[in-house]
Design a protein around this ligand. Structure first.
Ligand SMILES: Nc1ncnc2c1ncn2[C@@H]1O[C@H](COP(=O)(O)OP(=O)(O)OP(=O)(O)O)[C@@H](O)[C@H]1O
Length: 384
């Protein structure tokens, strides 16, 4: 499998609940109707409507939308926990819809493990045995599964609690056990179904950081459902925003916030502080005079908020460098322009581009170096 091949590839996927569901996607007249009209005409609910996307290897792919928009149905379709009504679905190039029950079981156990909101821990088993459980049903020998379980328990920060029972743990700790159980099987993809929505805000933030850290350390592909925009922006490399079963926009957090596709998305992201999402490279201009020698050095994917902090602290423009090479500087006027939504490129539809692409101080810098933020998860735009 080439590294750039998608993990999941989804084309024209529909999930319709109700009587004779198959006629909805196959009848162009019905398929074109709104979800409410389809329900009225057929008694069916079109939970997922003609959805197409790829989940790229190593990314955190967030599925976001309001309650009832189809997030859970879509993600359950990926491993056929819910059977799609029509469309195409492949994992690592293999047709998931053609898999027999044994192959599907294998897919769910080894290749795409789900972490649920209600994690279904076994109350009479210890943390260690709960984590080892997934390996037990895979037939892994006892010594081996306990060793593996200890390793992942440590990884999710529960070392020392191996012999406790779930009732002796906090909600956040229980969620970590659920996460450890999914990780123990070492799946290629982790699928998270609103795993943190029942947790209180501080524990939730801890868990988000835990997931971000795990992703940084392991680079495992993750698909993460949430109805919480801040969570989506914090964790997602890319976000699919769903409405009434359809994806209304698929893009990086920056694209969604700075170039919303239509009024619905614009409304959705209206209150997001742009400075915490937009990379500082957006505000860049060439260095003038001694600016190349002064000021805080920032990476191109640091946030505009980082830039504002640096410029406010130093009283001089901050320098943007990548691999020790000066790309440009940011001053207070340009940073404020980004906050105000006035920066160049904000109305365009392409990928993120630096504000002054033609004016790099180093002529050899490759075009598009400012795009690093589109896939970089090292920064934490919300807490920065
Ligand atoms: N088994 C089912 N039978 C009929 N309709 C269903 C079924 N499961 C889900 N639906 C409907 O499909 C639509 C999408 O539901 P889904 O649970 O996927 O949304 P969601 O975005 O995950 O919502 P939430 O955030 O509340 O979990 C809703 O209208 C829901 O009522």
């Amino acid at each position: 499998m080439a590294p750039h091949d998608p993990v999941f590839s989804v084309r024209g996927l529909w999930k319709v609940f109700g009587p004779k569901a198959g006629r909805v996607p196959s009848d162009p007249g019905l398929a074109a109707l709104s979800t409410a009209e389809i329900r009225e005409r057929t008694g069916c609910t079109a939970a997922v409507r003609d959805v197409s996307f790829d989940v790229r290897r190593g990314e955190v792919f967030v599925v976001m939308g309001l309650s009832g928009s189809g997030k859970s149905t879509l993600v359950r379709c990926l491993t056929r926990l819910i059977e799609p009504t029509s469309g195409e679905l492949a994992m690592d190039g293999e047709d998931v819809l053609a898999m027999d029950p044994a192959r599907l079981r294998e897919l769910r156990r080894h290749r795409a493990a789900m972490v649920f909101q209600h994690f279904g821990l076994l109350p009479h088993r210890t943390v260690l045995d709960n984590v080892a459980y997934g390996l037990e049903i895979q037939g892994v020998a006892k010594g081996e599964r306990r060793a593996k379980a200890r390793e992942v328990i440590k990884k999710v920060g529960l070392a020392g609690l191996e012999e406790r029972r779930p009732s002796q743990l906090s909600g956040g700790q229980q969620q970590r056990v659920g996460l450890a159980r999914a990780l123990a099987a070492d799946p290629e993809v982790l699928l998270f179904d609103e795993p943190f929505s029942a947790l209180d805000p501080l524990i939730r933030r801890d868990m988000q950081e835990e997931v971000a850290r795990l992703h940084r350390e392991e680079g495992r592909t993750m698909v993460f459902i949430t109805h919480d925009l801040a969570e989506a922006l914090k964790l997602g490399d890319r976000i699919a925003l769903m409405r009434d079963g359809a994806i209304v926009q698929l893009g990086t957090p920056e694209e969604i916030v700075t170039r919303p596709a239509g009024d619905y998305v614009r409304d959705f992201v209206r209150d997001v502080p742009r400075e915490q999402i937009v990379p500082v490279s957006r505000a860049m201009r060439p260095a003038i005079g001694d600016e190349a020698e002064r000021g805080t050095v920032l990476a191109p994917d640091a946030t505009v908020a980082d830039g504002i902090a640096a410029v406010a602290r130093d009283g001089v423009p901050a320098r943007i460098e990548a691999d020790g090479e000066l790309l440009g500087v940011v001053d207070h006027a340009r940073l404020l322009a980004v906050v105000a939504g006035l920066e160049p490129g904000s109305g365009s539809t392409g990928a993120a581009v630096p504000a002054v692409p033609a004016a790099r101080t180093e002529p050899g810098t490759p075009a598009g170096a400012g795009q690093a933020a589109a896939t970089d998860t090292d920064t934490d735009p919300v807490t920065a």
